[in-house]
Write a protein that binds this ligand. Structure first.
Ligand SMILES: Cc1cc2nc3c(=O)[nH]c(=O)nc-3n(C[C@H](O)[C@H](O)[C@H](O)COP(=O)(O)O)c2cc1C
Length: 195
């Protein structure tokens, strides 16, 4: 039987952070979108956090798939100083329903950093206990990123949902085509003196 592996690693981004859009740095949004497509294909799940230029990612899945991704991650120029801070076999997946959850900086995480006297997010200085507590916060965090990029949950459609503006435009288009149809029917009947 294949073994399930969980790894947690941290790394530093090599890109200059851009202005946040929908609570996500655009480079991170691109990484997430690709991850969600790939992870669905490869049966991988997990969670990603990005703060102060530092990534914290937990990856879970079949041992071979996790190790293959780890080799790709090590060769990815978008980050450096990759440090695997936890690697263990697991019986059940903690992030089983997430192709790659994205946890934003929320109040709980802010409080956690403050309580532990961290001015910035620096998991390179986290103790083992802090790593576990932080992972638990990521587990509980609310992921809003599915609205702006690909859905993060395994069972969600792989199609990105329509944005509210796109939905409004689609509704208006439908309304106008309905009106146009009614006008043509009315004109057809009146020109033939049927009404
Ligand atoms: C911080 C970070 C996290 C990433 N997470 C994932 C991931 O969960 N799954 C994934 O397939 N690629 C992930 N990537 C991208 C991989 O490094 C690599 O570019 C990608 O898997 C290549 O996909 P391809 O073989 O389909 O071209 C991540 C990259 C970075 C920088």
């Amino acid at each position: 039987m294949k073994k399930l592996l969980q790894i947690i690693y941290i790394s530093r981004s090599t890109f200059d952070s851009q202005e946040i859009v929908n609570k996500i740095e655009p480079n991170v949004a691109r990484i997430l979108a690709k991850s969600r497509v790939n992870n669905r294909k490869n049966g991988l799940v997990g969670v990603l956090y990005f703060g102060d230029g530092v990534f914290f990612q937990c990856l879970e899945g079949d041992e071979d798939a996790v190790n293959t991704l780890l080799s790709k991650l090590e060769a990815d120029p978008r980050h450096k100083d990759i440090k695997v801070i936890s690697k263990k076999y697991i019986d059940t997946l903690s992030f089983g329903e997430w192709a790659m959850k994205f946890a934003p900086l929320d109040e709980q995480i802010q409080r956690f950093l403050k309580e532990n006297n961290f001015q910035t997010f620096d998991p390179y200085l986290f103790s083992g206990e802090m790593i576990n507590k932080f992972l638990n916060l990521l587990f509980k965090a609310y992921d809003e990123s599915s609205d702006s990029i690909l859905p993060s949950k395994i069972n969600d459609s792989t199609q990105a949902p329509l944005s509210k503006t796109a939905q409004r435009k689609a509704n208006l288009a439908l309304l106008f085509s309905g009106l146009a149809l009614m006008v043509s029917i009315f004109t057809f009947f009146t020109t033939r003196n049927l009404i």
